[in-house]
Design a binder for this molecule. Structure first.
Ligand SMILES: NC(=O)C1=CN([C@@H]2O[C@H](COP(=O)(O)OP(=O)(O)OC[C@H]3O[C@@H](n4cnc5c(N)ncnc54)[C@H](OP(=O)(O)O)[C@@H]3O)[C@@H](O)[C@H]2O)C=CC1
Ligand SMILES: O=C(O)C1=N[C@H](C(=O)O)C[C@H](O)C1
Length: 255
């Protein structure tokens, strides 16, 4: 039986994830965190108001679906107390992930950090890696609901990181030589350009556009209004994270 602690248990993903953990025969939800629901009952357990309190309960895997602001400290606290961690929350930078990797290696635990647990997003990433082997120029468009605090999205950051392992995209006019406002060319993440839009009416989406002379290729991912696609991937990560030591990024290591 794998004992699970979920931070963000009342959230859009945390809620259905907690139900799925409780329904699984090999998993047991032993602790949960959400500040405003502190003290409330969830099945047989009482929701903690802080990660520190939740980590006082023995558990094997810590799952974070809180926010870009809280995730780094939460996961550091979890690995330092010997928990494997599954990171759903977005917002972690490469430097944050390096710091988590050091902490996880010294505690000899695994951390699976996945920008997007949906299979369709994982497939986009795989197809984009293949396309980047053949097409040298691309830019990324990240779209999300108006209230999403972090930018670029975790999905976009992870894609840029994976593409950097293939090559750096070719640009004709170096971005710093832009005439006008350099910010109009988007953010540089691992050498890819990412343009983030935050708009009412949107859920989450990612597009990568490749271009070369006289032809274009666009790969596009759209997340819908429900959190179901993230739950299955997160359950898989909970079951497999003990196989790793240090930080592992991306769903493909699990597929
Ligand atoms: N990797 C992936 O596939 C996915 C990633 N995400 C990412 O996951 C994160 C959460 O998303 P979502 O479920 O929509 O968020 P919600 O805002 O719906 O839920 C956040 C949850 O975390 C709790 N929370 C927030 N801040 C803290 C804190 N400092 N300490 C403890 N608990 C906290 C909230 O309760 P309270 O405020 O009461 O504490 C709530 O339970 C985001 O970063 C999002 O981008 C989302 C979907 C998929
Ligand atoms: O904020 C969200 O909701 C989501 N964020 C993730 C991200 O930052 O990439 C992905 C997920 O589809 C939903």
């Amino acid at each position: 039986m794998i004992r699970v602690c979920i931070a963000g248990v009342t959230g859009w993903v945390g809620q259905p994830l907690a139900a799925a953990v409780e329904a699984a025969e090999d998993l047991e939800l032993v602790a949960a965190v959400a500040r405003r629901a502190r003290g409330e009952s969830l099945g047989r357990l009482t929701i903690s108001g802080s990660v520190e309190d939740a980590l006082a309960v023995p558990s094997d895997v810590f799952v974070d679906y809180t926010s870009a602001v809280a995730v780094k400290d939460n996961v550091l606290a979890a690995v330092r107390t010997g928990r494997h961690a599954v990171v759903g929350s977005s917002g972690l930078t490469d430097d944050d992930l390096r710091e988590l990797d050091e902490a996880a290696r010294s505690a000899k635990v695994g951390v699976l950090a996945v920008g997007n647990f949906a299979i369709t997003a994982a497939l986009l990433q795989r197809f984009a890696i293949e396309a980047a082997r053949h097409l040298p120029s691309w830019e990324i468009l990240d779209s999300a609901y108006a209230g999403k605090m972090d930018a670029p999205s975790g999905t976009a950051r992870e894609l840029a990181w994976r593409l950097s392992e293939v090559r750096a995209p070719e640009v004709e006019v170096p971005v710093e030589k832009t005439v006008g406002d350099v910010a109009a060319r988007g953010a540089t993440v691992n050498q890819s350009r990412i343009h983030s839009m935050r708009l009412p009416g949107y859920t989450i989406g990612l597009e990568i556009r490749f271009g070369q002379q006289d032809e274009r290729l666009t790969l596009s991912y759209d997340g819908g209004p429900g959190a179901t696609p993230y739950v299955a991937g997160t359950l898989l990560a909970i079951r497999r994270v003990h196989e790793f030591v240090g930080v592992v990024r991306g769903m493909d290591r699990l597929l």
